[in-house]
Design a binder for this molecule. Structure first.
Ligand code: SF4
Ligand code: SF4
Length: 673
């Protein structure tokens, strides 16, 4: 750019400056020096350049102030945690610098995006230098020639990358991206201009001092100065905000925040309830649609789109809206922005958060919090949810509305030991394994494993539902006032130190949501999912492995919520299983359709054709691997999968990992079946 700058002024050369490797020309040493011989052109140049910089800065400032006008109210919740700073910094390296999520989720588009991003970093120095030389004077030496050559090679790569991305966006037009926006086209064009003009200068395409060279310099300058205001005004603000959103993202998906009841915080109802992280998230969205692509509710024909939830929140916030979520009619009337119907379709599976490349938290912090806001202010109209809350209030023992005697009879028939102070483990049955017949079989299997492990253990004579369906569906009052206190008191009075449960929903509640309650946290209880416990005691369990092929279905709460993917697989392999994998597995698992309270409120009639249903799709994927067994590790998943198996008349057994081990134990004759 240095040589072109000189050419614009068309001044006599006095010094030496590097243009590109091997090309050196006479050029003025400084602008000040130039002034002595050509005051007018220098002044004109400075005036024009300074004016353009001022316009760029002013527009950037104005549009930033407008976009974040309401962000810094004193009442705004500050949820920008700094715990685990090393982990957070590493996340920045992996996800921002190395673009790991972007590439993993969509390899080709991700790689194209990554090279553009890396090219931007490479360009950082020469772009700053370009502006700096414009301010301080041409005569100053530009950066080393090797670096300019390095950047030139990136200019080629970035041009290819941006052409590929533009082709995808404007020609292929994937549904997830939505209607191509003008700003996307403008930004793509600006990037191409920046790269092309840089290459033209670097390669010496135009003769020094020619008008062609001058035009190239100005084109580069204008493109560069247009970027900051354009970024602030468009979704390209993610360039600035994504690192912050990724840094402050929760460690697990779908995490709900504790409410501040003393300050009448009852969930997200109005735009005043947004936290800093919410505002960061809304403004960091790049509208890529990865979240909606991953969303099982959307994929099975539902209207819920996590991308649209974020964008609707963004629109409402920018329009100075008041109420965030409401009925379909309220959304149509623009008195609310996110529809309750959409919110109530969510499975809280966390697939959207897992897929989002910029660290947006759609689920616990927004969708479930909005459910909570609707329920708290009495405007939740979902009849099945409201009915469920009533049932749970009348029958706090379980979510099914069954009398407590069902569980009492079960533990008596099975001769489960009753927990007493000093025992190693409290085996927590939960609603899934204490009441539901198939779940009870898993509890029986777990009993054999606990016996074989050599720990002292027992179950409570009576249990209360942990409150997971109530909290996920929005009834915080029921969770806090009716259920959580009872469990905390029971654990305290029984001197519970370690809880083991077969239910990932109970695990996520007791080891996550309950830890937000000071009284529970003070008990310092260890909570383990049974796959974690079994892994710890596996060497004490006598096994008689039996060869078979199996596919393991990762429950969302376990894989994404707790990062447990290897333990169940190791257990199954130890039992002699040869595992195959469904296309979506591990952290990328697909929901069975039960989470987020859906097991208790969804109705098959809502989802049209059987083949569209989430559980049917999931079972299809699992059975496509031709397994002799589908293994699970949650009492809810088999309910959904068996329902689908019935529809497609499949007789492939669906078994919990505890049942698989117990079967191998029985063969050994170590424990009576
Ligand atoms: S949590 Fe799952 S169901 Fe809910 S919006 Fe995200 S991807 Fe969709
Ligand atoms: S929320 Fe995340 S995944 Fe969804 S469209 Fe926005 S940036 Fe993409």
């Amino acid at each position: 750019m240095y040589s072109l700058f000189a050419s614009i002024l068309s001044l006599p050369a006095r010094g030496k400056a590097t243009l590109h490797p091997g090309a050196r020309v006479d050029a003025p040493a400084t602008l000040t020096g130039l002034a002595a011989t050509a005051m007018l052109p220098e002044m004109l140049f400075r005036l024009t350049f300074a004016s353009l910089v001022c316009v760029s800065v002013w527009l950037t400032y104005r549009w930033t102030a407008h976009r974040f006008a309401n962000a810094f109210q004193s009442s705004r919740r500050v949820d920008l945690p700094m715990q685990g700073i090393g982990r957070r910094l590493w996340r920045l390296v992996a996800e921002v610098l190395l673009q790991s999520r972007v590439i993993a989720n969509r390899p080709i588009a991700g790689l194209l995006h990554a090279v553009v991003m890396w090219g931007f970093i490479a360009f950082g120095w020469v772009s700053m230098e370009h502006l700096w030389l414009g301010i301080v004077g041409l005569g100053n030496e530009p950066g080393p020639s090797w670096y300019r050559s390095f950047v030139a090679s990136w200019a080629v790569v970035v041009t290819i990358g941006i052409a590929g991305l533009a082709f995808r966006r404007f020609v292929i037009r994937p549904k997830a991206l939505g209607t191509p926006s003008l700003s996307s086209g403008v930004v793509a064009a600006l990037i191409v201009i920046l790269m092309a003009t840089y290459l033209a200068d670097w390669s010496g395409l135009f003769i020094h001092g020619s008008s062609g060279a001058a035009m190239v310099w100005w084109a580069h300058t204008l493109a560069l100065l247009a970027f900051p205001p354009l970024i602030v005004r468009s979704k390209h603000l993610h360039l600035v905000l994504a690192p912050a959103a990724i840094f402050w993202r929760s460690d697990t998906t779908s995490r709900m925040r504790p409410l501040d009841l003393e300050n009448e915080d009852l969930g997200m109802s109005t735009f005043n309830d947004l936290s800093f992280k919410d505002i960061l998230d809304m403004n960091a969205c790049v509208e890529c649609g990865r979240c909606t692509d991953a969303c099982p509710a959307n994929r099975s024909g539902g209207t819920l789109s996590p991308k649209q939830v974020i964008l609707q929140m963004q629109r409402g916030y920018r329009a100075n809206g008041e109420q965030i979520a409401g009925t379909t009619q309220e959304v149509a009337d623009s008195t609310a922005w996110v529809s309750e119907d959409d919110l109530m379709q969510c499975y809280a599976c966390g697939a959207c958060e897992q897929a989002c490349p910029v660290g947006i938290e759609h689920v616990g912090a927004k969708i479930l919090d909005m459910r909570r806001g609707l329920a708290s202010n009495g405007s939740l109209s979902n009849e099945r949810a409201v009915k469920l809350f009533g049932t749970m209030q009348r029958y706090p023992h379980n979510v099914w509305g069954l009398p407590g005697q069902v569980r009492t009879k079960f533990i008596a028939d099975e001769q489960f030991p009753i927990f007493a102070k000093g025992m190693d483990v409290l085996f927590w049955l939960g609603c899934g394994n204490g009441y539901e017949p198939q779940g009870q079989k898993v509890a029986s299997a777990m009993r054999k494993i606990l016996d074989a492990s050599g720990v002292s253990w027992g179950v409570l004579e009576q249990e209360t539902c942990c409150g997971e369906p109530a909290r996920r569906l929005g009834d915080e009052t029921l969770f806090l006032m009716e259920l959580s206190d009872k469990i905390t008191d029971t654990f305290r009075s029984n001197g519970v130190r370690t809880v083991v449960t077969c239910c990932p929903h109970c695990t996520s509640m007791l080891d996550g949501d309950y830890r937000q309650l000071d009284e529970f946290q003070a008990l310092d209880i260890t909570v383990l999912h049974h796959t974690e416990f079994i892994t710890q005691v596996m060497d004490r369990i006598p096994l008689s492995p039996k060869n078979m092929t199996a596919v393991y279905h990762d429950p969302c709460n376990l894989a994404r919520g707790r990062n447990i993917t290897t333990e169940p697989r190791k257990i199954l392999r130890d039992c002699g299983a040869t595992l195959s994998e469904a296309p979506e597995h591990g952290h990328g698992t697909m929901c069975c359709g039960a989470g987020g309270g859906q097991l208790f409120i969804s109705d098959d009639k809502d989802t049209g054709a059987v083949s569209d249903r989430v559980n049917y799709r999931r079972l299809n994927d699992l059975l496509a691997t031709s397994p002799e067994m589908v293994a699970v590790a949650c009492p809810y998943c088999p309910i959904m999968l068996r329902d689908a198996a019935e529809a497609r008349e499949s007789d492939v057994p669906i078994l919990d990992v505890a049942e698989v081990i117990a079967d191998r134990l029985a063969h050994h004759g170590e424990v009576s079946p």
